[in-house]
Write a protein that binds this ligand. Structure first.
Ligand code: ZN
Ligand code: ZN
Length: 308
């Protein structure tokens, strides 16, 4: 699981930061990439990475503001042009379907792959054998959502020494033991998996929030995440402005990370009013409250590690 930030700016693109988009690479887990938001020129940003658009099978749009959305029709068309034929699902607030339908129809774009569009309402979006994704409405000028991606817990490691002690040596039988609750050996002995397996490996949890005002309602949604990705449009002293424009400050994001006991906070959606020399100050403001904070740059990459 790797996060690749494609755009970390707010509102309008700048030379340093493009508008919002984050890729979650789960190539190792399920050979797919999920995209969170798709601001203008996201496909240009993708060209500077190893991401293949046809590997993107899910796109999550947090809200319909242009800086999170305007890159979508172009990316959808290019995915088609580049021979993508595998299905794609888009999740977004009410209105996303109309936006896509009109953009594609008016431009005479025909997609070569099946496209499904699902409009959001808070709760579980989907769950499969490996992931469960839920969403919750945040506080913004238009309906804006956060996504919580929960990886299912994995079965623990085999206790090899214990197996060897009873004369079962490594081989295909180990895989069989791991995959079945009970098996019968060729000599008639019955092996119960639970006797030979360590504690389960806890799945990783990732919370990616769209634009939002600071509100205590977000705490339970992001609780205990391994990584929280949160906007920090404003610096600490601009709290009033942040409230007025339905955004958050560096310190509000950090306070949420602290209150929700997350392991790591990554700040994004940084206003272009802040120059390079301001960034260490913004980061320090957040770190004073939540030390394990990082400020994302375009093309920053983060591995989401298992907690031990
Ligand atoms: Zn925005
Ligand atoms: Zn917005």
């Amino acid at each position: 699981m790797e996060l690749i930030f494609l755009g970390t700016g707010a509102g309008v693109p700048s030379k340093e930061r493009n508008v919002s988009a984050i890729a979650l690479s789960i190539l190792e887990e399920v050979n797919n990439i999920w995209l969170f938001d798709c601001g203008e020129a996201t496909q240009h940003q993708i060209l500077h990475t190893s991401i293949k658009p046809r590997k993107i099978n899910k796109i999550f749009i947090t809200h319909l503001h242009g800086d999170h959305l305007f890159g979508l029709p172009g990316l959808l068309s290019s995915r088609s042009f580049q021979g993508g034929d595998s299905p794609l699902t888009i999740y977004g607030p009410k209105g996303i379907k109309q936006f896509i339908d009109v953009s594609l129809k008016a431009s005479g774009s025909h997609l070569t792959y099946p496209l499904e569009i699902i409009e959001l309402s808070s709760g579980i979006l989907f769950a499969d054998s490996q992931f469960e994704v839920s969403c919750q409405k945040l506080e913004h000028g238009v309906p804006s959502y956060g996504f919580r991606i929960k990886e299912k817990d994995k079965i623990g490691e085999l206790k090899v020494d214990k197996l060897k002690d009873i004369g079962i040596t490594p081989g295909p039988i180990y895989k069989k033991i791991k995959e079945h609750e009970t098996i019968e050996l060729s000599d008639g002995r019955i092996i119960h998996r639970k006797d030979f397996i360590g504690p389960p490996k806890k799945g990783r949890v990732l919370s990616i929030l769209g634009d939002t005002r600071s509100t205590s309602k977000n705490v339970s949604f992001i609780e205990d995440s391994d990584v929280l990705i949160h906007e920090a449009t404003f610096e600490d002293e601009a709290q009033e402005q942040a409230r007025k424009y339905f955004h958050s400050t560096t310190t509000e994001a950090a306070q949420l990370a602290k209150d929700g006991h997350v392991k790591k906070l990554i700040l994004t959606h940084i206003s272009s009013r802040y120059q390079k020399e301001d960034l260490p100050r913004l980061l320090k403001e957040a770190q004073a409250i939540f030390p394990n904070t990082t400020l994302a740059e375009d093309f920053s990459r983060f591995n989401v590690k298992y907690q031990h």
